[in-house]
Write a protein that binds this ligand. Structure first.
Ligand SMILES: C[S@@+](CC[C@H](N)C(=O)[O-])C[C@H]1O[C@@H](n2cnc3c(N)ncnc32)[C@H](O)[C@@H]1O
Length: 331
């Protein structure tokens, strides 16, 4: 994610993720309450938000969790003193695909918009030369490589957390998924398809080297519900309390623009630009590391145009991505 608070930073462009948190907040609150009962209201509660990035979102989630804990203890009349002064906060800079916390220490784990990021670019994508992700007509091995990487990573994530969490600890994970199992069905990976098209344009304009796009792939995978369920059951450390999906949260009011102003191209361009800022804040550091910073402006100008065009033609197509929220209990 792009740090800081500038125009293109994650902090400035992550309203969508924040709105999703508002939507799924009741799930988090319910899990915190259930966890407290199941772990019998101990003297000290340890909570982690994994993949917090910079900006307000992590504070929003954490303050909601802390407030729920405080209210729950107050309702139990166990709390006789001021609690806010007794919160200790720290940052842990390492990958969540490794151990981060002491054994059996965490009571509650939250993570949003993070575990669809893979630990690395999957192996075996050498023949994926005209795209930076899964895109029709990607060779069939491309999808398999992504799926395998997701399964290995998510399983490792669960294993690491299973060692760190106390029995009956709860975990709520929110991430981007897709509605269908067929990865080539309509626009399951639309952000990356558009970004591939922009980069290919820059190859034909001589701005990006062909070999650079051939060797670049996005370390991102949005699973379907079955992928997620399968990994959790196979890993075996967590009981699935609930898997919920939310598919009506569309960034930047595209729906209302489609309904009211289909013909208004300037409005579609405005939405295109905002979508480009959103894609830019989550990808810029990765793109700069591989292609250099000179491509950033041209890539995202193109992205805004492609997105505006896409909005014109995609009016009656359903959105193929959705938000998956998984509530888990450490057994
Ligand atoms: C889109 S941001 C989400 C920020 C915030 N949770 C929210 O909902 O707005 C994704 C975050 O996950 C982090 N991330 C991705 N892979 C990670 C890993 N393996 N270990 C730790 N953090 C990771 C990124 O660095 C980034 O900060």
């Amino acid at each position: 994610m792009k740090g800081g608070t500038g125009e293109h930073s994650y902090a400035t462009n992550s309203h969508y993720q924040r709105n999703v948190f508002y939507e799924i907040q009741p799930v988090v609150i319910e899990n915190v309450r259930e966890m407290l009962v199941e772990v019998s209201f101990p003297g000290c509660i340890k909570v982690a938000d994994l993949g917090c990035s910079s900006g307000q979102n992590t504070f929003l989630a954490m303050s909601e969790i802390i407030n729920t804990i405080i209210q729950s203890y107050q309702q139990k009349e166990k709390l006789k003193m001021e609690v806010k002064g007794r919160c200790f906060v720290s940052g842990v800079p390492n990958s969540f695909y490794s151990r981060l916390f002491p054994s059996k220490s965490l009571h509650f784990v939250h993570s949003s918009f993070s575990i669809h990021w893979l630990s690395k670019i999957p192996d075996g994508l050498e023949n994926n030369t005209r795209s930076i992700h899964i895109k029709d007509p990607s060779p069939p091995n491309v999808f398999k490589s992504y799926l395998n990487q997701f399964k290995n990573d998510f399983s490792l994530f669960l294993k690491m957390r299973s060692e760190e969490m106390v029995p009956n600890g709860h975990m709520v994970l929110t991430f981007v998924g897709r509605k269908v199992s067929d990865p080539l069905y309509q626009d399951c990976f639309q952000v990356w398809s558009l970004l591939s098209d922009c980069l290919l344009d820059l190859v034909s304009e001589g701005v990006v080297k062909e070999s650079d796009i051939e060797s670049f792939n996005m370390p991102f995978y949005n699973p379907n519900e079955e992928d997620v369920r399968e990994v959790i059951l196979k890993e075996g450390s967590f009981e699935i309390s609930k898997i919920e999906t939310f598919d009506h949260i569309v960034p930047y009011k595209i729906k209302c623009i489609k309904e009211e102003k289909e013909e208004d191209q300037s409005l579609q361009m405005e939405v295109g630009k905002r979508q480009a800022s959103w894609a830019r804040c989550i990808t810029e550091p990765l793109l700069v590391a591989h292609f250099g910073d000179a491509i950033i402006e041209p890539v995202f100008n193109k992205y805004a145009h492609y997105m505006a065009k896409y909005l014109c033609v995609s009016n009656h197509r359903p959105n193929m991505t959705l938000i998956i929220v998984v509530s888990l209990t450490r057994t």
